[in-house]
Design a protein around this ligand. Sequence first.
Ligand code: NAG
Ligand code: NAG
Length: 406
Amino acid sequence: MCDLVKSVLVLTILLCAILVQNCDGQSLKKDAYATVPQLITAAGYPSERHRARTPDGYILQLHRIPAGRRAARRSGAPSVKGKKAVLLVHGLLGSSGDFVIMGPERSLSFFLADAGYDVWLGNLRGNLHTAHQTLTRNDPKFWEYSFHEHGKYDVPAMIDRVLNITGLPKLLYIGYSMGTTSFFTMMSERPEYNDKVIAFVALAPAVYLDNIKQLATFALKEVNFPNILRSRGMLSATVAPQLLEFMVGSVCNVRKPQEDLCMRVAYAIVGEDYDQNDWDMSPVIFARFQPASWRQLEHFGKIAMTGVFTSWEDGVDGAIKPYNLQNVKVPVTLLYGENDQLTEKSQIMRLAEQLNSTGVLEGVRAGCSWPKFNHLDFVFAKDLGNLLNKPLIKHINKLYNKYGDA
Ligand SMILES: *[C@@H]1O[C@H](CO)[C@@H](O)[C@H](O)[C@H]1NC(C)=O
Ligand SMILES: *[C@@H]1O[C@H](CO)[C@@H](O)[C@H](O)[C@H]1NC(C)=O
């Protein structure tokens, strides 16, 4: 397993280095380049754009779907009075788009909007829906963050913005992968935010990552990719647009598991599930991947290597200082994928045990019964609507009924 991951990583990086110089762009489906509001509008839903500002100068776009499809067809602005707000926060390399890209029959945002919720999609610093008041993306300082800052500054700023606009006292928070890491980090560092959250639903929570310890050790210790690439002037983990075009247009577009290299690389890390791969969508999904900071990757690596949900402190080799999970006071539901190799079941059970001991665990279970359900399936599975999101809506209704008035 690990040898495969290593060879694949090395192969990919070599391939990239060779290809990046001489390839012309290929045209992709327009969904690959559509903005999130465009995707929402094209699906027949009302869409709004808002901004949250962090105390350290980042400007984060929030996308909102204030009503369902039927409401959008009526004339006039949809009424949001008395609606319940849900904030969705994406994972590593992701954006608000991850919750809409599979369309109204599959993506969670649309299910929520049709179920009557006021849906808010967050963006964490670093992705292309974010900016800084004074720093540009060419400034190394722009990239000095990990999920620590996402949790300490970005998520609180977004929650405050949503509550300010809606006038609501609280919202329900749904995080996917790093969107859950940010949540736990927020509660550790800013426990007063417990008062602004009704309940937390964690899709593939990324808190313990022992499963990728070898991969992290290889990538950060044996080879140290971040430092090699930093020393070559790459400020962030960003794939050059020409390379991305080439990759998604050809290497990632073979549509046959036997000849595929692209998904195989991803599957080596997140768990294999060709059955739930939508070959029409995978190039679009790859093309929409967002930049990450090196420190984000290094911080996750530190957690994987130490086995501790530790803060960044003074770096990968620096002090180990666990985040305080006991600060979480709201009901938490944890959903794992049976074949998720990145945030693996045993690791999520370890988190569940801790949350259970402080009395906040609402439940822990498989996101769905599909045995190959992997890390990416939580947002991109071919049959996402039936497998995960339909039952999830019922669970969210239940949470609101149980805790919504508190
Ligand atoms: C939203 O923020 C503005 C500006 O700080 C404030 O005046 C207003 O009262 C807030 N509204 C709500 C509903 O919290
Ligand atoms: C949570 O704790 C209760 C009481 O100790 C125990 O019965 C239950 O099995 C635990 N659940 C999980 C998921 O650990």
